[in-house]
Design a protein around this ligand. Structure first.
Ligand SMILES: O=C[C@H](O)[C@H](O)COP(=O)(O)O
Ligand SMILES: C=C(OP(=O)(O)O)C(=O)O
Length: 351
């Protein structure tokens, strides 16, 4: 018995505390409250197709997934979205801009878990409001005409949001999870598996192979009832290189090694490079350097990297959660400012 278990047992605390449950609306109920108009459903299907075309090498534009590390404030998220939607039109000949709209955050240990779980940012965990606010915000962003990207962290949360997405990520901490691979096998959208936090590309390669298969698994139906779920398999997955504990993994030889590993497993060799996280050492000033290297590889004719991810907000840097938050500044990882992001993307579009 380890020390903390012994302490809980000795004090009797473990026996006194009970796990509590509070009912939430089902995915169907929330979708009925916040429905998608037919025109928007059609547009999202087209956006998924546009992302697929890049990932399959049929469109040589660069896929750029950019936006805050996490959305914590609808007002600043919408302002970012409006600016990005304007820029997306200007650069659409060479770049497909997708907004990072992350409402769930995986944590290394503990920390704020995202708008969906704690929308008031105060530890009250008003999940009912978080689900509604997240769906409403993502729908408002989608109505700007932007394709949306998010990390799907809790498979139960995915059914509340997945109809709004053009692309989803499975994070470095969950790529190895069978539950996440099963979920992806049932999603009708392109999904990127991050390499593991230790830098392992193998877990993402295995995840792609597993998600391509149909699965039968235990889950919930859209009404929230326990269900035997049978999935068709998802052929539209790819690798996202995000660096690892040993450092970055976006250099030419690492991209080539990843490509070979994917090709020899019969999987899509085209991949996305996350310019943030362990590829930037979480220093936003390093994201443009990663972007530069990706461009260099593309300019010399290597078409392996077809997309990039940037963490970017209205204002640069980040801030701890407090009662007096600065507007448009990340409360999780540090971001590039909008001004820097816009300048880099315009430069990219000029070639
Ligand atoms: O993108 C955000 C973070 O890198 C990720 O959620 C882990 O954060 P943490 O290490 O601060 O918990
Ligand atoms: C947590 C994230 O990334 P990763 O899974 O690569 O750490 C993220 O993109 O927010």
């Amino acid at each position: 018995m380890n020390a903390s278990v012994a302490t809980l047992a000795e004090t009797g605390e473990a026996q006194d505390q009970e796990t509590r449950h509070q009912r939430l609306p089902s995915p169907v109920a929330l979708r009925e409250t916040l429905p998608l108009e037919t025109g928007l459903q059609t547009r999202i299907r087209q956006q998924r197709q546009a992302v697929r075309a890049i990932l399959n090498g049929e469109d040589d534009r660069l896929l750029v997934i950019t936006g805050p590390c996490s959305l914590h404030d609808p007002e600043s998220a919408l302002e970012y979205g409006q600016r990005l939607a304007g820029l997306a039109e200007q650069v659409s000949d060479s770049l497909l801009l997708v907004m990072r709209a992350y409402v769930e955050k995986p944590r290394t240990t503990v920390g704020w878990k995202g708008l969906l779980y704690d929308p008031h940012l105060d530890g009250r965990h008003d999940l009912a409001t978080g689900l509604r606010l997240s769906r409403e915000l993502l729908r408002d962003l989608a109505r700007l005409g932007l394709p949306l990207a998010t990390e799907l962290l809790n498979p139960l949360a995915a059914s509340y949001l997945s109809d709004l997405l053009a692309w989803a990520a499975i994070g470095a901490r969950t790529t190895e999870s069978q539950i996440h691979r099963e979920m992806v096998s049932g999603l009708p959208l392109p999904v990127g598996f991050k390499n593991g936090t230790d830098g392992s590309v193998t877990v993402a390669r295995d995840a792609m192979g597993a998600a391509a298969h149909g699965h039968t698994h235990l889950g919930l139906d859209d009404h929230g009832h326990p269900a035997l779920v049978q999935t068709p398999g998802n052929a539209d997955t790819h690798l996202v290189l995000r660096g690892g504990h040993q450092g970055p993994n976006y250099q030419e030889e690492q991209v080539l090694a990843a490509r070979n590993a994917l090709e020899s497993a019969g999987l899509n060799p085209r991949l996305v490079v996350d310019c943030s996280h362990a590829n930037s050492g979480k220093d936003p000033a390093r994201q443009p350097l990663v972007l530069e290297e990706v461009l260099r590889q593309r300019r010399q004719g290597d078409s392996t990297v077809v997309g990039v991810m940037l963490e970017s907000h209205l204002n640069g840097g980040n801030q701890p959660l407090s009662e007096s938050l600065r507007y448009g500044v990340s409360v999780t990882d540090a971001c590039l400012s909008w001004a820097d992001t816009e300048a880099r993307l315009l430069q990219l579009a000029r070639g």
